[in-house]
Design a protein around this ligand. Structure first.
Ligand code: ATR
Length: 277
């Protein structure tokens, strides 16, 4: 669509930014809903982050997504930070309203909305197992606690990182040693991998699923490849499984709606468009 002065502008701030799939994702929605607007990749060096955020306001941007390595630091540059972003300790969505920058985090929202694609298979009342204790795990733990999960078993190669997260986020998180799969997996309703293991170019996640109930939902936040060895192993033994791409697609919804005024839908065509990137 030809743009004129009424075009609504948004983008994604990151360093590097070349591999971000967000421009393709939002570009698909802009075309689908025939919105006069643009969503552009913005390569912002860490030294320039503050000026870049001021620049968004000066240039009349409606807002932006924020990705690595800026998600934690950008919170201090916002005029307001949402409660969930504060709990997660990171901001991935900026919305400019009346010249003020509001920071939010939609990663946990995207994670839960993705699981809802198999709502039939997920029982939040049963314990959940989370592997990993990095930034992604943090957003997911906050989201699971908000969704009412009463017991989360957290396993990380570096146990101290898991313990620090558990201490901060509350009593419902129990830390177990990495590799103690039989103890961790019994009676669980959900298993989530938030580590980089299984991603193309990384070692596989070596996990023994023997103790995992056949009804437990399995989710990997890795989406390259889409079908990770963990998801393949889970499906092979009859477990329901959800791939990681949906989290990326669903986390984009709140920003798009705030900037462009349309609540967008996650469809098979969107998945296809993003996968072709
Ligand atoms: P992100 O913010 O994307 O979650 P991160 O903070 O680098 O990224 O975290 C990566 C996660 O993958 C961590 O939980 C990491 O474990 P450590 O805390 O012990 O580093 C986990 N991870 C990476 N490589 C791993 C490996 N070879 N074996 C086990 N866990 C691994």
């Amino acid at each position: 669509m030809t743009l004129d002065g009424e075009a609504r502008l948004a983008g994604v701030l990151g360093w590097p930014i070349a591999h971000s799939r967000s421009p393709r994702l939002h570009g698909h929605w802009l075309a689908q809903y025939r919105i006069k607007g643009a969503y552009v990749p913005l390569a912002v060096h860490p030294d320039d982050l503050e000026r870049a955020v001021e620049g968004l306001v000066a240039l009349g941007f409606r807002g932006a997504n924020v990705t690595l390595p800026h998600k934690e630091r950008v919170a201090a540059l916002c005029d307001r930070v949402s409660e969930r972003a504060r709990r997660i300790g990171a901001v991935n969505t900026l919305v400019v309203r009346d010249g003020r920058v509001e920071g939010d985090n939609s990663d946990g929202f995207g994670f839960i909305e993705n699981l809802k694609e198999r709502e039939d298979a997920w029982e939040p009342t049963r314990p959940a197992v989370v592997l990993g204790a990095g930034g992604a795990a943090r957003a997911i733990l906050v989201a699971l606690l908000e969704a009412g999960v009463r017991e989360i078993r957290l396993l990380n190669r570096t146990r101290a990182r898991a313990e620090a997260l558990a201490e901060e986020l509350g009593r419902n998180i129990r830390v177990l040693d990495w590799g103690t799969w039989d103890d961790a997996l019994g009676e669980t309703g959900l298993l989530v991998n938030t580590t980089s293991l299984g991603m193309s170019g990384q070692p596989p996640l070596e996990i023994d699923l023997r103790a995992l109930p056949a009804s437990a939902l399995v989710n990997d936040i890795v989406y390259v490849p889409l079908e990770t060895p963990l998801l393949a192993a889970a499906r092979a033994r009859g477990n329901p499984a959800v791939d990681g791409l949906g989290m990326l697609l669903h986390q984009a919804r709140p920003g798009f709606e705030a900037w462009f005024g349309v609540a967008p839908q996650v469809t098979p065509a969107l998945r296809q468009a993003v996968l072709e990137a």
